[in-house]
Write a protein that binds this ligand. Structure first.
Ligand code: CU
Length: 91
């Protein structure tokens, strides 16, 4: 994943304009821009290390939707900073 105009960094509980980390929502509607992203679960991932890669393992065969949302260090979404990828896992 890449982000333009945003510095990807470790989650540090701070809300600094232009600095954030990736969140992935697997087959799940992302939280609204004014709602803090819930903790990591089977379908919501915070890549709070500042990395830009993540591998979902054990996905069932068939179509899936992953929505990436950049959130600030305090895990609140950056408005308008999201993108969607549709994938199909082969059996
Ligand atoms: Cu987060």
């Amino acid at each position: 994943m890449q982000a333009q105009g945003v510095t990807i960094a470790k989650a540090d509980s701070k809300k600094v304009e232009g600095v954030g980390h990736f969140h992935l929502f697997l087959d799940t509607i992302p939280t609204a821009d004014n709602v803090r992203i819930p903790p990591t679960s089977a379908k919501i991932v915070h890549i709070g290390t500042g990395d830009s890669t993540f591998t979902f393992k054990g996905l069932s065969a068939g179509p899936h939707t992953i929505i990436a949302v950049i959130g600030y260090g305090d895990h609140s979404p950056m408005p308008g900073r999201r993108d969607t990828v549709n994938i199909t896992v082969k059996p």
